[in-house]
Write a protein of this length. Structure first.
Ligand SMILES: [Zn+2]
Length: 164
């Protein structure tokens, strides 16, 4: 069980997270991934939660923006910082459908985010394979709705092959 540490801000202390809330927020990240799917983007979605509220959403936009850095996590980090008016996110949890790549792990490192929850593992391009690392204070949970998150990606790439 993970409990948010005290942080000097006006927000009341965050409630304990539970497997149920992890599932709830991961399903919101999956909704974001489905938006990407509908836009013909690789379906990865993310939400940032602070104080039991979703403060930011993001999904992959690399095709739409012609920008290889426009991963779901990058969108969500920027949106969360804008929402809070702060560059560091120690009281936030990022939910993302796929294991972050090393670029996103780097951005998440700089954000000092409190916790990261991801769904499917990415054996080829995940941060673990690519040698990325998170901030030492960041707590990690993985495997939440991993099958749903992974199936969405498999279906996307399968449909791409069929269309060619
Ligand atoms: Zn990434």
């Amino acid at each position: 069980m993970w409990v948010m540490c005290a942080f000097p801000c006006n927000l009341p202390p965050m409630k304990e997270t539970t497997p149920e809330t992890d599932l709830l927020y991961m399903r919101q990240a999956i909704r974001e991934a489905m938006k990407a799917y509908d836009m013909d983007e690789v379906p990865v979605g993310a939400v940032v939660v602070a104080n039991d509220q979703i403060i930011a959403r993001g999904h992959n936009l690399t095709e739409r923006l012609h920008d290889v850095t426009a991963h779901a996590e990058m969108q969500a980090i920027t949106a969360a910082s804008n929402a809070l008016g702060a560059k560091y996110l120690p009281d936030c949890t990022l939910y993302v459908t796929l294991e972050p790549c090393s670029m996103c792990a780097g951005a998440l490192f700089w954000s000092q985010i409190g916790r990261i929850v991801y769904g499917a593992s990415d054996a080829k391009r995940g941060y673990q394979t690519m040698g990325g690392q998170f901030h030492p204070k960041t707590l990690i949970t993985n495997g939440i709705e991993a099958d749903v998150c992974g199936d969405l990606l498999s279906e996307f790439f399968r449909s791409k092959r069929v269309r060619k």
